[in-house]
Design a protein around this ligand. Structure first.
Ligand code: TGC
Ligand code: FAD
Length: 397
């Protein structure tokens, strides 16, 4: 034993404990994060490996998320909690520390399905759907992307035409989260007057959801193709306030904001897993944590995680104060998903061969984050959104 070894052990911190980010939160925000974390630890983490392996997300989780109060938690009334944006973000972070699939479910339900109804629906539509969606008694999905139009939804081919007092919808939506679980789909379609939104009960004749199998990412999440074959809807199915592409894009801002926080949960869980593993793993007669190369990796990952959370809280405070601009959300979504993916991959290296099994979370998180990098606007779309904000020139086309 060396003289250095006989000194009392130095005080250690968790990565975010080192940043002391809790200091930036109020009591309610800390309580919400702790409650969701306890739920994830008790109910989700013990099962996630099995769900990921069998590519399932049990429908019953909707009710549990409803009881937890996280479905549409940032909306007011209609059974929703009306918490602030930072609290919603922290809930997303804790859910994604379990798996991106859990955060995806909650994002799509609360920020895409419920928000589209809350912001653009009639009072009757809100009364019909929001309380059930908030409780997890009903499940929603959001169909914007099509097989040939993902990054460029303006080109969508799904069409809604008037037939007397009805609407008739035809088209195909692709990569739709919760598609096979949903009771109601928010579907975006071209009309003679431009893009409009419709609420489609999924038991309407002509509506089919086909689950997408053999995914290597987001396996604990249901992803589907939606086919609309002469789906006839009453006039009251149209979202009356949604006019043009700006309507679905405004819903995306809500979900993207959740991802700004959420992705950091996957990174935090990866990093905590890697630190624990490396502390117990002996290589060349010393713990892996005792090597400078390891400490450099841990220090750099901790910096990116902490900087990401500072940015997320900053954007949340702006959102709560006066509303956050889409290009500011792009800053957070691009940075935090990109860095979280890099962290999850780097953590996997510290686990060596053990890191390629489902027993440890980092590679599962990294695989999931490949989807998160792509959905809700690819990293390239967010680079271009930031470029447009800096130069005034749109370089998308
Ligand atoms: P552009 O001319 O720029 O805009 C059309 C209108 O929309 C307005 N707008 C926005 N409004 C609110 N929020 C935003 N983020 C907005 N971006 C644009 C804009 O001001 C304009 O309004 P107006 O009144 O002048 O008409 O439209 P563009 O066709 O040039 O497209 C711009 C671009 C590329 C940024 C947009 O198409 C885009 O964001 N593409 C990415 C598509 C995307 O993110 N799809 C996500 C699908 S949903 C999903 O992935 C769910 S995953 C969920 C999960 O499991 O968690
Ligand atoms: P494309 O748009 O074909 O892009 C392919 C590549 O080209 C990307 O790298 C892209 O960045 C790049 N590219 C495109 N345009 C440009 C350009 N102008 N300049 C440079 N590069 C460019 N959609 C929904 O509507 N609802 C959902 O619930 C939903 N859930 C999803 C769940 C999962 C698991 C996944 C994977 C996707 C989901 N999506 C959903 C779809 C998602 O939003 C799209 O996959 C995404 O917008 C990208 O579209 P795309 O796959 O068609 O790729």
């Amino acid at each position: 034993m060396t003289a250095t070894d006989s000194r009392p052990a130095a005080k250690t911190y968790t990565p975010l404990g080192l940043f002391d980010t809790n200091r930036l939160l109020d009591d309610d925000e800390r309580d919400i994060a702790a409650t969701v974390r306890a739920f994830v630890d008790a109910k989700l983490k013990p099962n996630v490996e099995g769900w990921f392996e069998s590519a399932t997300l049990p429908r019953e989780l909707a009710k549990e998320f409803g009881n937890l109060g996280v479905l549409g938690m940032h909306l007011d009334g209609y059974g929703c909690a009306g918490v602030n944006a930072v609290s919603y973000g922290l809930a997303c972070m804790e859910l994604e520390a379990g798996d991106s699939g859990f955060r995806s479910f909650v994002s799509v339900q609360g920020s895409l399905s419920m928000f589209s109804i809350y912001r653009y629906g009639s009072e009757e539509q809100k009364q019909e759907w929001l309380p059930r969606l908030a409780a997890g008694d009903a499940i929603g999905c959001f169909g914007l992307t099509e097989p040939d139009f993902g990054s460029n939804p303006a080109g969508m081919r799904t069409r809604a035409r008037r037939d007397g007092g009805d609407w008739v919808l035809n088209g195909t939506k692709m990569w739709i989260t919760n598609g096979n679980l949903a009771d109601v789909a928010t579907v975006w379609a071209q009309t003679d007057d431009g893009i409009r939104g419709f609420l489609v009960p999924t038991d309407t004749p002509g509506f089919t959801a086909n689950e997408i199998h053999r995914k290597l990412s987001l396996r604990a999440s249901v992803t589907s193709e939606l086919v609309l074959d002469n789906v006839r809807l009453p006039a009251s199915a149209q979202l009356p306030e949604a006019v043009g592409l700006g309507a679905p894009l405004s819903c995306l801002n809500e979900a993207r904001f959740g991802i700004v926080f959420g992705s950091l949960g996957a990174a935090r869980d990866s990093l905590e897993t890697a630190i624990a593993y490396a502390g117990a793993r002996e290589v060349f007669d010393k713990p892996l944590t005792a090597y400078q190369l390891t400490q450099e990796k841990l220090a750099n990952m901790t910096l990116e995680l902490g900087k990401g959370l500072l940015l997320a809280i900053h954007l949340g405070r702006i959102k709560d104060a006066e509303g956050v601009r889409p290009e500011q959300v792009s800053l957070g979504k691009l940075n935090n998903v990109r860095e979280s993916l890099a962290i999850a991959r780097e953590c996997r290296t510290l686990l060596g061969g053990s890191g390629i099994t489902l027993e440890y979370s980092p590679l599962r998180h990294a695989n999931n984050l490949e989807s998160v990098l792509t959905y809700e606007g690819t990293s390239e779309m967010h680079l271009l959104a930031i470029g447009k904000a800096l130069t005034g020139q749109a370089a998308f086309r």
